[in-house]
Design a protein around this ligand. Structure first.
Ligand SMILES: [Zn+2]
Ligand SMILES: [Zn+2]
Length: 298
């Protein structure tokens, strides 16, 4: 699983930072979390194949998180076999997408599916055989969701043990699904011939003021990506504008059994992130300050 930060600025692009978008690649499938203005070009620079993107999860409809959608859909939709793109987002996503698709002249071959999500408490909103995506509502003055990408646990079979017991074919599938297998005079349990590899969890919390759902969603994450628009002395301002400070997000990480924290969505007022980094690391040492094109393997 690899994550690329395509934008790390809040509200406006700066010379060094574009607005929000995070690309996650899992088993060759691309998933985009938000798609701010200029995301396509950022993908070029990061050498990400746009055609891999089959799902986009939108946190909310403020421009810095969605204004790159038109361009991306235009490019991907004009290719030979674009297939299907599914866009997930909070309440209002269908209406906003309808406006967006009327905002220019498209000649698209792409099929677009739109899923509006409601998640007062963290819940699974999308699932495949290998992973699930959870969403939870945030506090941002407009409908807004945070997400977790959770890889499912899987069993790693021990080939030599299987061979020794003479287990093959469909029986391996059974054991992989956690079922026991009956051999002559013996029952083999999955744990006898395999070990459970715990799936990884990544949580993405953008644009919100502090609320209970953040810890609930982020609990036990291997990686928490969290907004840190302001420094702690601007906590009142953060509250007023429905954002968070680096310190607040570090406290959440500390209280949620998170392994590592990446802060992003910085206000353009900060020419250096030194103070934000210091206050976060005092509480949660394993903190990384995101920059555009930062890649992380989880
Ligand atoms: Zn924002
Ligand atoms: Zn916002």
């Amino acid at each position: 699983m690899e994550i690329t930060f395509l934008g790390t600025s809040s509200m406006v692009p700066t010379k060094d930072r574009n607005v929000q978008s995070i690309y996650l690649e899992y088993n060759g499938e691309g998933i985009l979390f938000d798609c701010g203005e200029g995301t396509q070009r950022q993908m070029n620079i990061a050498r990400i194949n746009r055609l891999k993107v089959k799902k986009i999860f939108i946190s909310h409809w403020h421009g810095d998180h969605v204004s790159g959608l038109v361009g991306l859909i235009q490019t991907v939709g004009n290719t030979e076999n674009p297939g299907k793109l599914t866009i997930f987002g909070p309440k209002g996503t269908k209406k906003h997408m309808a406006h967006l698709m009327n905002s220019c002249i498209f000649d698209l071959r792409i099929e677009i599916e739109i899923k509006e999500l409601v998640a007062d408490k963290p819940k699974v909103v999308f699932e495949t055989d290998s992973y699930e995506v959870l969403a939870a509502s945030m506090t941002h003055g407009v409908p807004c969701l945070a997400y977790s990408f959770v890889e499912k646990d899987r069993r790693k079979m021990n080939a030599s043990k299987l061979k020794k017991l003479g287990i093959s074919g469909a029986d391996i599938g059974k054991l992989q699904r956690g079922e026991s297998v009956k051999l002559t005079g013996k029952i083999v349990e999955p744990d006898d011939v395999s070990e459970v590899i715990r799936g990884k969890k990544i949580s993405l919390v953008l644009d919100t003021s502090l609320n209970d759902n953040i810890s609930l969603l982020a609990k036990d994450s291997d990686l928490l990506i969290g907004e840190a628009t302001y420094e702690s002395s601007k906590e009142n301002k953060a509250e007023e504008y429905n954002h968070m400070t680096a310190e607040q997000m570090a406290i959440v990480a500390n209280n949620s059994n998170v392994k590592s924290l990446v802060l992003t969505h910085f206000s353009q007022r900060y020419k250096t992130l030194h103070d934000l980094e210091k206050e976060a690391k005092e509480i949660f040492p394993n903190t990384i300050m995101a920059f555009d094109f930062l890649k992380l393997k989880v």
